[in-house]
Design a protein around this ligand. Sequence first.
Ligand code: GUN
Ligand code: ZN
Length: 440
Amino acid sequence: MSAERLLRGRVLSFLDEPDGVEDTSVYRYCEDGAVLIRDGIIVASGDHADVALRASETAQIIDHRPYLLMPGFIDTHVHFPQMQVIASWAAQLLDWLNTYTFPEEGKFADPAHATRIAGAFFDELLRHGTTTAAAFCSVHQASADAFFSAAHQRNLRMIGGKVMMDRNAPDSVCDTPESGYRDTKALIERWHGKGRGLYAITPRFAITSTPEQMAMAGALAAEHPECYVQTHLSENHDEISLTAELYPDAEDYLNVYERYGLLGPRSLFGHCLHLSEREISVMAQTGSVAVFCPTSNLFLGSGLYDEAGLRTQNVRRAIATDIGGGTSYSMLRTLDEGYKVLQMQRQRLHPLKSFYWITLGNARCLSLEDKIGTLDPETEADIVVLNSRATSAMALRMETVTSLSEELFVLQTLGDDRAICQTYVAGEPTQQSVPEATDS
Ligand code: GUN
Ligand code: ZN
C-alpha cells in the first residue's frame, strides 16, 4: 500500500460531451501522460514531464506504457442478484422474470448466499473495468447489507438499494408497504454516505408495487432527497399494458411514478423504450434520467432505444449493462451493442461519444462528476488501464489504425474483459498482475 503513486501511460479523459467525431476540443489526450495519486485522490494528470515534477521521491511509479489510462467505467443499471440468471433461455420480459428471475432472487434471503454473490459481483465488475455501478439488490435487507458491506471492504463508489415489491411475485420475494419502508429506512441509515456507498430507493417497477407501496416509496424519496431513486420504465409492450390495467387512473406509465413524487434529477429509469411525447417531455422537465440497456433490450427483444429522439428533447441519457437481462458485464460490449441498436435506426454513435458516455456522461447522470468520471485533480482515483491489442484480432486490426477515434472504435467493437489490464480503485490496483507491455 503506497500513499503516493505515479501511473504512466497514454492518458485520456473527457471534459464535455463530444459534438461529433471531429470534435477534439472536449477531451484531453496525452501520448506520454501520467496520473499522480495521493491517498486515493488524483493530484495531477496530463503530460508526464509536468506531472512527474509534482511526485515526491517516495512515490511508487507504475509504467503502463503503451496502454491507455482512462477514468473507471460506470454502469448505471445492473442487478447484482442476477449473476446466475444471465444467459437464461426465456421468452420476453414478464416470462423471464417469472420463470427465472424471481425464483433466483428468492435465494438472497440467505445472507451467506448474498455475501458470496456480492463478492463475485464486484470481482467481475472490476475485471471488466467498471468501478461504479447503480445496482438493484433483491427484496431482502440481507442482500443490500451484503452488497454495501462488500463494496465498503473494497472502498468502491457504489449505489444500491433493496427492491421494494409487494405483489405479482412469489411470497419469497415480496415485502409489504410497511416493511419495505422500514427496511429501506434502516438501510439508508446504515449505508448512505458510509465510505463511498450511496443509497437508491428502489421500487422495482409499477407491476410489482401496490399504490400503497408506491406511496411509501414516494414518502422515502421526500424524506431522503439525498438518495437516488431507481426503477424500470416502458421496457416491453405487455409490461406497459399490464401497468395500465393496474393503475387505471394513471395517464401513462411515467405518470404512475410521477403521482408518487418519484421523478427528478436523482431518478434513474431503466429502458424508456416506448415513451409517449408527454412522457418524454416530463422526463426532460424533471431532469430524470433515461437509461439505455442495449444488450438487455436485444436479449429480451424489448425494443430500440431512441437516443437521438431523447437527445433532441433534452432528456438526460445514461448507458448500462442491466445484468442479468443484459448479457455482458463489459461496458465495451455494451457500447458495441448500443452502436448496433442505433445503427438499426440510422443513428450514429461515434467512438468519442461512446467513451465520454461510459465515463463522464454516466457520472453526470449520477450527479457524481465532481467525484468520478474524469481524471481531474481532486477527484477519486478510479482508473482503468486498456490494451487495444489484447487479442490477436485486435492487434492485427490496430496495425491499420491512425487516430485515437479509430483506436477507441476498435476497443469498443472488439474489446471485452481481455482488454482490461488493470483497474484502480481509489488509487489501489485490484488485479493480480499487470501484464507485460508489448508493442506500442
Ligand atoms: N423490470 C422489472 N424488473 C426487471 C428486471 O429485473 N430486469 C429487467 N430487464 N426489467 C425489469
Ligand atoms: Zn433492470
